[in-house]
Design a protein around this ligand. Structure first.
Ligand SMILES: NC(=O)c1ccc[n+]([C@@H]2O[C@H](COP(=O)([O-])OP(=O)(O)OC[C@H]3O[C@@H](n4cnc5c(N)ncnc54)[C@H](O)[C@@H]3O)[C@@H](O)[C@H]2O)c1
Length: 282
């Protein structure tokens, strides 16, 4: 999608952080943007902020982990703008924890927002993008944790899922005129470490409080520090705009984790090397 001007984008998790950065970059490129988020007050503030720059934007509230709410948001977008060209599945939460701290609620919440909402988004918006025949693009926000696993198991699984989905759909949707990119950010200065502000009441009771001492507390505090010193989400938004314009399969934000990803590839290659030259028994 070489030209964003005049096109319409739907961005989830757009009231804060990376989503707001993407909405801002798209609006600055002349796209109309429907911002979608679960947080109503932050959403109104984000829409107001962008409108002050003369951007053609609007907002729709939805808990994207509920397909029915996402479907209503898609309807609202069609009613407001008539067409959608770009879908950005970006809403996400830093739910879950390491082995020994799992709860069913933390798996359900994390997979629901990070992965299932991405699946529903593609199912609902794919046909809308295809319908007008003008082509389009889908960007889904995974993470570097979608390519190398950290210690938050549910988060890793959700983000590997987003990478897997994007890689497969890129091949499937190219003949239909839809580009697919996956965004794999490193540490970005957002509110991700305060994700529990959006923890639905139905999951709240099953959630364990975060430990205040010990290795897990230290790790969380280190990540919190890295995020607070992280990359500007507006810069990430600009990288995403470029990724859409150039139809990049992977959009990265920095080189910090490249050696760790190379180490993963090396470990995979070691597995192949182990059996090289053998004839599999049939
Ligand atoms: N910040 C980082 O360092 C980092 C790194 C890698 C990946 N990511 C990913 O980036 C994406 C955006 O997160 P962020 O860092 O900007 O955090 P953020 O908390 O600043 O923004 C996330 C937005 O998603 C919204 N949201 C949460 N649950 C929702 C739901 N059920 N329905 C609709 N909206 C919902 C929040 O209200 C918020 O506006 C996430 O998918 C996250 O996993 C972030």
């Amino acid at each position: 999608m070489k030209e964003l001007a005049g096109k319409t984008a739907f961005v989830t998790g757009a009231a804060s952080g990376i989503g707001l950065g993407i909405a801002t970059a798209f609006a600055q490129a002349g796209a109309k943007v429907m911002l979608c988020d679960i947080e109503e007050a932050a959403l109104s503030a984000a829409v107001e902020q962008l409108r002050r720059t003369n951007a053609d934007v609007d907002g729709v509230k939805a808990d994207v982990s509920f397909k029915v709410e996402l479907a209503a948001a898609a309807e609202a977008t069609m009613a407001r703008y008539g067409k959608v060209h770009i879908l950005v599945n970006n809403a996400g939460v830093s739910g879950g924890g390491p082995y020994g701290t799992w709860t069913e609620a933390s798996w359900n919440w994390t997979l629901g927002v990070n992965l299932m909402a991405t699946i529903w988004g593609i199912e609902l918006f794919g046909p809308l993008i295809e319908h007008h025949g003008e082509g389009g693009h889908i960007v889904s926000t995974a993470s570097i944790a979608g390519l190398i696993s950290g210690s938050s198991n549910a988060y890793n699984v959700s983000k590997y899922g987003v990478v897997a989905l994007s890689e497969g759909l890129r091949r499937e949707l190219a003949p239909r005129g839809i580009g697919v990119s996956v965004l794999c950010p490193g540490f970005i200065r957002t509110q991700i470490m305060n994700s529990r502000r959006n923890l639905p009441r139905r999951f709240a009771e099953a959630f364990r409080p975060m430990p205040t001492a010990g290795p897990l507390a230290e790790q969380v505090s280190m990540i919190r520090e890295r995020v607070s010193q992280g990359i500007d989400p507006i810069y990430v938004g600009e990288l995403v705009r470029e990724g859409v314009e150039k139809d990049l399969p992977y959009i990265f934000t920095d080189l910090e984790f490249e050696p760790m990803i190379e180490a993963r590839f090396a470990a995979i290659k070691q597995g192949f090397d182990h059996i090289r030259g053998r004839t599999p028994k049939q």
